[in-house]
Design a protein around this ligand. Sequence first.
Ligand SMILES: [Zn+2]
Ligand SMILES: [Zn+2]
Length: 131
Amino acid sequence: MKRGSCLCGRVHYETEAEFGPATACHCSQCRKITGSYSVAAPVPQNSLVLSGEPRWLVSSPGTRRGFCPECGSYLFWEEGDGLTWVSLGTVDGPTGTRLENHIFCAYKGDYHDLTDTVPHYREGWSSEEIE
Ligand SMILES: [Zn+2]
Ligand SMILES: [Zn+2]
C-alpha cells in the first residue's frame, strides 16, 4: 500500500497499485502550480482512495489538477484517461518508482540544468529530444 498526504494533512490518499514510471514536466502550467516543475507518476484512478476532498482546478480542457484547499499542496493531475498522476513529493515513504523522462523541456526555467541521463523531450513524450 502506498500512502501520501498534503503538507497540512487535510488531504490523504492511498492506493494498492504500483506507481508507473515517473515523468518530470516543465510546461508553463506545471511551473506555475508547483513553483518550478512537477515530478509525478500514474496509478489507475479507481485505485486511489481519498480522505479529505481536494480542490480541483480545470487547468485546460479535459484536464484537472487537485490540490489541498487548505495548504495548497499540489497532489494530482488527471486528463480523463483513467489515470491519476500523483505528485511524488507528496508520497509518504518509498514510491517504488523512478524518474524516466523529462517533458516540455523547451519551457524549463533558466536557473537549472538537466544533467541526468534520462530522455529530455522538447515537447511531450516522443517529441524531439534535446541535450
Ligand atoms: Zn493541506
Ligand atoms: Zn506540465
